[in-house]
Design a protein around this ligand. Structure first.
Ligand code: AMP
Length: 604
């Protein structure tokens, strides 16, 4: 946790300003290690995964070294998927917001070529693209890499897995030998080692060391939830979970304020704690938490460093920490003074690997938790409602009110229960006793994530090793359980010059299917076959059938056994292949309805 600050790392003023405006409080470990090396102009091998802050780790130093007088492309980032290319391009745009006449262009397959050509002609300093399409532009001579000053290979192992490695090498060979090179990869399979050796010979290596520590007396759970649903998920947990004091960790200073305000607006007593607050104000907030004047504090890592408040029964990692060190430090804020503590971690499906790393480094299992249901929320609210009424009966002088209602019942010929029901309805309007909660997509599952799976063995790798079977149905297994694969035929084959990489690229980009869910591919002269998870939504299948082209040919995807082979997805109406093919909802455990005062939303 003894990380330097961004200013002392030496990034340029306009880039530093953008970082400060974004509320990044301190560099993540991969940033602290990579930025000085890239600023020096050296080659870098970064062993890091999504969610560690690796985009800023290369974008900030490379932007700091940008030559504003040169309009030919200076930085090229190769990314395995369209989504990542767009995300990285957006990150560059954000970090470069104070650089004059800066242009970044994402380039990926499936996008109109003319727009890309116009963009390239206008002049861009940074290009972020998928290998196939970048290669297309090089062949057409619409992209000139002769002035390139830096090349980044992002998620290199994923590019390898998607069959892009040859394209990547061809592009690497086209870049000037003086060009600075950086390669980021979560794993280091031999093919990547070979590329590193050949093209990044003198690269300095950085990775985030995973230290082992045990965290006793703290029960650790995680909820797999998409970023956009985190606030709703947190609100439900706050309603149902029995807690005393709670510390919620987020990544940026601005999020501490935003989240605390949102929680306040939803009726919880919450305050922000971040490095922008004066020391006096920080101390006041901590004291309020100690005394129980506030139950929830939303903090950044820096602000909560060393925080020692006995009544913190829960730590929620609203934003997953970048490294295991921070995780251990964060959850160590609970379970103090010999008490039991609870840690809850929010994990987006794409951040699963970070969870796996945390489990490995702490040597403890983080168990999956269920999102509280609307029914559970309702049970809690009804119970609190009853408690409040009983408290009023106990503590308030109600004679005049009793008289009022008895008079009303008599005059209007109403029963007391009718009147009470109408009053109860009135009272619960702001916080309905029987709420209809919005549906939240969570991907919880019985098995701990990835424990039985090698991280770099995709179904495709495995199925390619497997002997061929005569049927067109196969079973695949991932962390969400077992799911069927169906073989599809496409009308593009060897005669059209297609490679497995083209097919994976087209399906991954166009259908948004993660490459690891793309199974065995076989090439024939005039057609090919590919295994895909069964139960693809019809609209997706239609898209692949009618719209997608590979090697200039319409793919015309169809189930090998004919249309009748297609069955609707097994569980939810809409199958998100990115996260849970064939995912089965878990059986729910009944929850207790007990709750301590801290979990009750503050009175408004
Ligand atoms: P990445 O690993 O590049 O996908 O980044 C993960 C997320 O962390 C992105 O949303 C970034 O905006 C955010 N992030 C990166 N660096 C920092 C930092 N130093 N402080 C706070 N958030 C950051």
């Amino acid at each position: 946790m003894s990380s330097p600050d961004f200013a002392s790392l030496g990034i340029s003023k306009p880039v530093l300003q953008a970082v400060q405006e974004l509320g990044y409080e301190q560099p993540s470990p991969i940033q602290a290690q990579s930025i000085p090396i890239l600023l020096e102009g050296a080659n870098l091998l970064g062993i890091a995964q999504t969610g560690t802050g690796k985009t800023a780790a290369f974008a900030l130093p490379l932007l700091s070294r940008l030559d504003s007088s040169q309009s030919a492309p200076q930085i090229l980032v190769l990314a395995p998927t369209r989504e990542l290319a767009i995300q990285v391009a957006e990150a560059f745009q954000t970090y470069a917001r104070h650089l004059k006449s800066f242009h970044v262009l994402p380039i990926y397959g499936g996008q109109d070529m003319r727009g890309q050509l116009r963009g390239l002609q206008r002049g861009v300093q940074v290009i972020v693209g998928t290998p196939g399409r970048i290669l297309d532009h090089l062949r057409r001579r619409s992209l000139d890499l002769s002035k390139l000053r830096a090349l980044v290979l992002d998620e290199a192992d994923e590019m390898l897995r998607m069959g892009f490695i040859d394209d990547v090498e061809t592009i690497l060979a086209e870049t000037p030998s003086t060009c600075q090179r950086a390669l980021f990869s979560a794993t280091m399979p031999p093919a990547i080692r070979r590329v590193v050796k050949k093209y990044l010979g003198d690269a300095r290596e950085v990775s985030i060391a995973a230290k082992t520590r045990t965290v006793e007396r703290i029960s650790q759970r995680y909820l797999m939830v998409q970023g956009r649903h985190k606030l709703d998920a947190l609100t439900r947990i706050l309603e149902v979970e029995e807690f005393d004091g709670m510390l919620i960790f987020v990544r940026t200073k601005s999020t501490t304020v935003e989240l605390a305000e949102k929680l306040e607006a939803r009726g919880f007593s919450a305050a922000a704690l971040n490095g922008d607050l004066s020391q006096a104000l920080r101390e006041r907030t901590v004291n309020r938490l100690k005394k129980g004047d506030v139950d929830i504090v939303v903090a950044t890592d820096v602000a909560a460093r060393g925080l020692d408040v006995d009544r913190i029964s829960h730590v929620v990692n609203y934003d997953i920490p970048y490294d295991n060190e921070s995780y251990v430090h964060r959850i160590g804020r609970t379970g103090r003074a010999g008490r039991e503590g609870c840690a809850i971690l929010f994990v987006a499906p794409k951040e699963r690997h970070l969870l796996r790393a945390i489990e490995k480094s702490t040597g403890q299992q983080v168990t999956s938790m269920e999102l509280p249901t609307g029914e559970q929320v309702s049970t809690q609210r009804v119970q609190q409602f009853q408690e409040q009424i009983l408290r009023n009966l106990d503590t308030q002088d109600l004679d005049r009110f009793r008289e009022l209602l008895e008079g009303m019942a008599h005059d209007r010929e109403l029963s007391m229960s009718d009147i009470a029901a109408a009053m109860a309805w009135q009272l619960q309007q702001e916080r309905p006793l029987f709420p209809k909660l919005a549906s939240i997509e969570v991907a919880s599952h019985e098995k701990s994530i990835g424990r039985d799976k090698r991280p770099d063995a995709s179904p495709r790798d495995r199925s390619q090793k497997r002997k061929e079977r005569p049927t067109d149905k196969r079973k695949q297994r991932d962390e969400f359980g077992e799911f069927e694969m169906t073989t599809y035929r496409m009308e593009v084959g060897k005669n059209h010059g297609v490679t497995p990489g083209d097919i994976v690229g087209a399906i991954a980009n166009e259908a948004d299917i993660e490459s690891r869910y793309i199974g065995q591919i076989k090439l024939y002269d005039d057609h090919s076959t590919v295994d895909l998870p069964e139960g693809m939504p019809p609209e997706l299948l239609n898209h692949l059938k009618n719209k997608v082209r590979v090697c200039q040919q319409p793919m015309k995807l169809s189930p090998l056994g004919g249309e009748s082979g297609h069955r609707p997805p097994p569980s939810k109406g809409k199958l998100s292949l990115k996260t849970k093919p064939g995912g089965k909802p878990r059986a729910r455990k009944p929850e207790t309805a007990q709750k301590r005062s801290g979990s009750r939303p503050a009175k408004k």
